[in-house]
Structures are given as C-alpha cells and as structure tokens.
Design a binder for this molecule. Structure first.
Ligand SMILES: Cc1ncc(COP(=O)(O)O)c(C=O)c1O
Length: 348
C-alpha cells in the first residue's frame, strides 16, 4: 500500500457522476422538525411506513459508531453484506478490464458478483492449512487488480487467517483488501476494525445476519476510510435500507446482553457438537472453528448428507469445493436442535 491512492481506483464514470439527490437528502432535519412534508410524493396518511426511510440511516450508524469506536463517516449500510460487496465492484472495478482475487474454498458471492459485474475473478486456493498463500497472491496481482477478498473467519472452513499473512497482503497491495468479518463475533481473535486508520486500503464488511440474529431484515455493514465511504454513498440506491430494517436493527442493538448470551450458547453448543463429532466413526477430520458452524470431513459426504436429510436435518454438503472433498458443514442450532443432530449422527 505504499503507493495507495484512491483516485487511481475509483471508476471514471463514478468519479464524474452526479448522484441522485432524494427529497430527504435535501431536507436534512426531516426526522426531528415539526414540518409538513409535501416534498416526496408520499401518501400523507400515517401507517408507520408511509414515509421514505432515512437515506443515511443516521440512528443505526450512530449506535454502530459508538459500539465500534468509529465515526459515522466510516460506515456504509446496505441491504445485506451482499449489496455492500456489489457496491464495491460497481465503484472500483471496470467491467472487462479489472480483476479481483478471492481465496477458495470461501464464500461464493465474491465470484458471483464478479461474474455479474463482468469483472475477471482470479482464484488462489488456500493452503492445506486453509491459510492464504501470500506469495502466490502477490504474484497474481496485476495493475488491474482492484480488490483482494479475505474472509476471516472463513466460510466454510471456520478458521481465521494469520495476522502476518493479512498484514503482508495489506502492505504489499495497492488496491483494496476487503476483509469479510461476517463471523467475527464467534471468534476470540480481534476484528481488523482497529487497523482501519492505519491502512487506507482496508475495507471491512460485517453483517447483522449471523451473531446478531437478524438475517431476515438484511442489514450489511461496510467499514472503511471516509473517502471510500463517500464513494460508495455516491452510488448506493437512495433508500437502500428500508424503515422496518432500521427500526428492528435499532431495537436489537439496544439489547447487547441478549446478543452476547446467544453468542455464548452458540459457542457452547459448537463445543458439544465438536466432542460428539469426535466420536462418530464416519467422521475422518474435524476442522477447528471460530464461527457458528463446523466443517468436518467424512467417509462419504453425499451418503451422509442424504442420511441426515432422511432424518429431517439439513446441513450443507461442501464436497465440490476445493480442498473440501467429502466435507460437510454443520451450522450450530439451538441446544434442542443440536441434541437431535447429535442423536442422528450417533444413530447413523
Ligand atoms: C462470509 C459471508 N459473508 C457474507 C454473508 C452474507 O451476509 P448478508 O446476510 O449480510 O448478506 C455470508 C452468508 O452466509 C457469509 O458466509
């Protein structure tokens, strides 16, 4: 990142475009002032959601900023992390010219979004220990490489990447390093958020879909430098996070103790499942997990997957993924669900 300059990375059309200015962007104090709103062609009859939502989601961002020790201008919210990741492509990757790098086995959306955006997707498979092959990654970088995606803790392997490997990638690359921390709340490793000020090319994504228990409302978070966030704000759809989502997120964020308790029980259940998997004869290897799932290698993934389905339990068969032959991924459920899974595993 010695020669990092965001101006070299923003697409030309994004640099020059004039963003859409919504009615609510133009009147900033809309949620506090006692005004009559005749500016946005809404239906005036109150029903709780007849008005457009806050386009900047100021209340949600204020809570997140306070919790994470950041400023609100370092935060962008989206309709799930998937929208946030898509915005990164649209802001920084020129279709048919640029490329991005991801490290399989990993979250599939990086590749799908690259395809949707007509951006070349380079894949550098992780090492056998599921760590980034730093030299190979650095060698794969070209002047048109705009983003390297690191998922840590990684899905589906469950491990985090070493500090040294992430640091080397951050320091040697002049494009963006996006660390997807969807599962960070289940890990005892520190988030990379503390390093945001140190690395202008660092972007971190998190989500309320996992530990925060709000997959249904679709709220993804992007943390980056104010310059990065300003570019993303310019291109995001004006009202990309709806009113109900903002309300439910605020409610949930006010009850951190409940969230922490749920995380604690999920981790405890993860440890119980780990012990049972250790005793199951067809389980050949269990990978250590810092997430809310466990990846395990079995004798025959397709067969064991079907057997669990027959017992009414759906897990994820990852056998077609690189380095994951005959691997199954078990999401950690409630204590009761976990008990049923453990009984099913023992009875097969
Ligand atoms: C690594 C990773 N990132 C992001 C997501 C999606 O997050 P969201 O629900 O915020 O779109 C997932 C979902 O499984 C994931 O595994």
């Amino acid at each position: 990142m010695k020669n990092f300059d965001i101006n070299n990375l923003v697409r030309v059309n994004v640099k020059v475009l004039k963003p859409y200015s919504s009615a609510r962007d133009e009147f900033e104090d809309f949620d506090t002032a006692n005004m009559i709103f005749l500016d946005a062609n809404e239906n005036p009859y109150e029903n709780g959601v007849n008005r457009y939502p806050d386009p900047q989601q100021s209340s949600v961002k204020a809570v997140l900023a306070k919790n994470k020790g950041l400023n609100t201008n370092q935060i962008l919210l989206g309709n799930g992390s998937d929208e946030v990741l898509d915005l990164l492509f649209r802001a920084f990757c020129e279709p048919k010219e640029d490329n991005v790098i991801s490290l399989p086995p990993t979250y599939g959306m990086y590749g799908v979004l690259a395809n949707i955006n007509n951006v070349e997707h380079k894949e550098i498979v992780l090492s056998e220990a599921f760590q980034p092959k730093v030299e190979a990654i650095v060698e794969a970088v070209t002047p048109n490489t705009k983003i390297i995606f690191l998922c840590s803790p990684n899905n589906p392997t469950g491990n985090s990447f070493t500090t040294e490997s992430v640091t080397t990638i951050l320091e040697s690359f002049n494009g963006f390093v996006v660390i997807d921390e969807a599962y960070i709340d289940f890990s005892d490793k520190a988030s990379w958020l503390a390093k945001l000020d140190q690395y202008p090319n660092l972007i971190i994504t998190q989500t309320l879909s996992k530990a925060y228990g709000l997959a249904g409302i679709r709220l993804g978070i992007c943390y980056g430098s104010p310059e990065v966030i300003a570019v993303l704000n310019k291109i995001k759809p004006p009202y990309n996070v709806n009113e109900l989502t903002q309300q439910r997120a605020l409610e949930r964020l006010q009850n951190q103790t409940k969230i922490d308790n749920e995380i604690t029980s999920i981790i405890a259940q993860r440890e119980s499942l780990l012990q049972v998997l250790n005793e199951v004869s067809f389980v050949k290897k269990i990978y250590p997990s810092e997430a809310n799932f466990i990846l395990a290698k079995v004798d025959n993934a397709n067969k064991r997957y079907d057997e669990l389905i027959a017992k009414g339990i759906v897990i994820r068969n990852r056998t077609t993924q690189p380095l994951c032959e005959n691997c199954l991924r078990f999401t950690i459920g409630t204590e009761e669900e976990n008990k049923k899974l453990m009984e099913a595993l023992k009875s097969i």
